[in-house]
Design a protein around this ligand. Sequence first.
Ligand code: PGA
Length: 250
Amino acid sequence: MSAPIWIAGNWKMYKTRVEARSLAEAIAEGARKLPFDRSLLVFPSFPSLADVKDALADSRVEVGAQNFHPGREGAFTGEVSVRQLRDCGVSAVLIGHSERRHVFGEPDELLARKLVAAFDEGLRPIFCVGETLEQRDHGRMREVLETQLECGLAETQPRDIDQLLLAYEPVWAIGTGRTATVEQAVEAHRSTRDWLRRRFGSAGSAIPILYGGSVRPENARSLLDGEEVSGLLVGGASLDAGSFLAIAGA
Ligand code: PGA
């Protein structure tokens, strides 16, 4: 069987519960007609998680959460634990998204702890890396990705990596309508792959690497054809069932 193609939708801080449920229902319905090798995940915001899980109960679509606290439980006002997420039917989490890194200032050390917490509870993490435009313009793309991988995966054990997904999301392409060219994506994915092989040996070859940043139905196919591109992480275009399914079917 060929390796799955991962298509993930990050709904960010959009959709009420009713809207999220109806989007999930439309995705569940459309997902029936997709090729078998597509693995779908959606990441609604917290209040909608249980409703979306319910709407996707008989579907092939996994539900993930956009954020969590790495602690087991405790006096952490406003935070949500992995166990609480599992209780809502969540099976995956985003870690290291550029908005968490750059808007909320999450440091590498926290991201490393989150990865450990996700693995400990059996959740599938999508660990995101990506350079800013300034870093790219200074020729630092590779170095930035390697540092983010080095620090973020510092505590990750070889036994955990079956569950791990990576996402390369250049910060300058997220929500800007400015997609990386296939060549730019492939270059970054190759350097991520090199690092994974150095760190995990041959097992590093099997870790899927998704591309994210202004993915649309029009550019999904050419990105997926790129070497080392194992899937797509979609923001804006995942908020509409038609465009998300068109991407997933590309
Ligand atoms: P975008 O977002 O597709 O709207 O650029 C991608 C992401 O934030 O993962």
